[in-house]
Design a protein around this ligand. Structure first.
Ligand code: BJW
Ligand code: ZN
Length: 261
């Protein structure tokens, strides 16, 4: 265990835990070559969030925002889940009660095989009409709109089509945040992985878990905004740390069984 970036306590707690909640952010997909939001060269290096990720920006310049999301949808669709996504997909079978709460909209946890997912900020692969709410399933990622071209509109009512994501100032899906907070309150271990933890209410989840008595660790290449409020800060990339952590938990479980009387 000595060479591991995480503590023996984290492994032991996970080995005996029955209820676990994991919060993920854009850092988990960085090793799939999907840019994060706030890192150097991230998604907001060129555009400030208030310019694109809010409804007023969309209404002011729908084709610009649609184009930005269309390009990000293409990148996400062409990306492959990485070792961190796969390790988390294997993690859920180890616990009776497990929730993977993700802020990510890129669909990579789903494609890696995770099933117990709570999507806090929606999913970039879905779209809907802002007027009649009709789901827009057509793959508009392949539509090439020249600069200044008219926006993509609903075939039923001609309303604007928007991505099914949560922008600043919008409410999170009620069932998603409620279920995430319930999972946080009953967890005995919480992991916060690859998130800067500056966006609320998502950043509350590890804090709520800790307040309710969970052991809370984060995994990040650098300490997040809430690192000082957690039990443990594991410095490393999720693609490197998670497979080793999952193996260590499996091994600890095997040892526990071996010595159980
Ligand atoms: C690695 C790595 C590797 C890199 N391995 N790690 C309380 C206080 C203050 C403000 C508020 C508050 N409550 C609500 C608010 C307002 C607002 C908010 O939080 N503002 C703050 C920014 C100040 N929140 C909202 O508006 C939310 N709605 C809401 O609260 O409704 C009620 C309400 C309405 C009005 C007023 C008040 C209340 C909605 C938030 C929606 C967020 N939407 C976005 C865009 C989604 C669509 C899209 O994708 O375009 O969600 S913003 C963006 O940030 C996206 C992300 O999910 C989210 C979080 O980012 P994340 O994932 O943490 O990414 P990064 O880039 O920030 O961090 C990456 C991390 O990875 C870094 O730490 C790296 O070090 C690390 N990393 N490589 C491990 N390999
Ligand atoms: Zn419509």
């Amino acid at each position: 265990m000595q060479n591991n970036p995480f503590s023996a306590e984290l492994v032991d707690r996970l080995a005996v835990a029955r209820r676990v909640v994991v919060l993920t952010g854009a850092g988990v997909s960085a090793e799939s070559n999907i840019p994060t939001f706030r890192d150097v060269g991230g998604l907001w290096a060129k555009f400030r969030p208030e310019e694109l990720a809010n409804v007023n920006a969309f209404l002011a310049n729908p084709s610009l925002v649609q184009g930005w999301y269309r390009e990000r949808k293409r990148i996400a669709t062409e990306a492959e889940p990485n070792a961190g996504h796969h390790a988390l997909a294997g993690f859920e079978a180890l616990f009776d009660d497990f929730a993977l709460v993700t802020q990510n909209v890129d669909n990579l946890h789903q494609r890696a095989g995770s099933r117990k997912i709570i999507e806090l900020h929606g999913n970039i692969t879905r779209s809907y009409c802002i007027d009649c709410k009709l789901k827009h399933d057509e793959d508009d990622s392949r539509t090439v709109l020249p600069e200044g071209h008219a926006s993509i509109c609903c075939p039923a009512c001609n309303g604007l089509i928007r991505p099914d994501v949560v922008w600043f100032g919008e409410m999170l899906p009620a069932h998603a945040i409620e279920n995430a907070l319930l999972a946080a309150r009953r967890a005995s271990v919480c992991l916060s992985i690859g998130t800067s933890a500056v966006v609320y209410p998502a950043a509350d989840i590890p804090l709520v878990a800790r307040e309710a008595g969970a052991y809370v660790a984060e995994i990040n290449i650098e300490p997040s905004a809430i690192a000082a409020m957690l039990d443990e800060s594991v410095i490393g990339s999720s693609g490197n740390v998670l497979p080793v952590l999952v193996d260590a938990v499996r091994e600890a479980r095997r040892s526990m069984k071996k010595y159980a009387t």
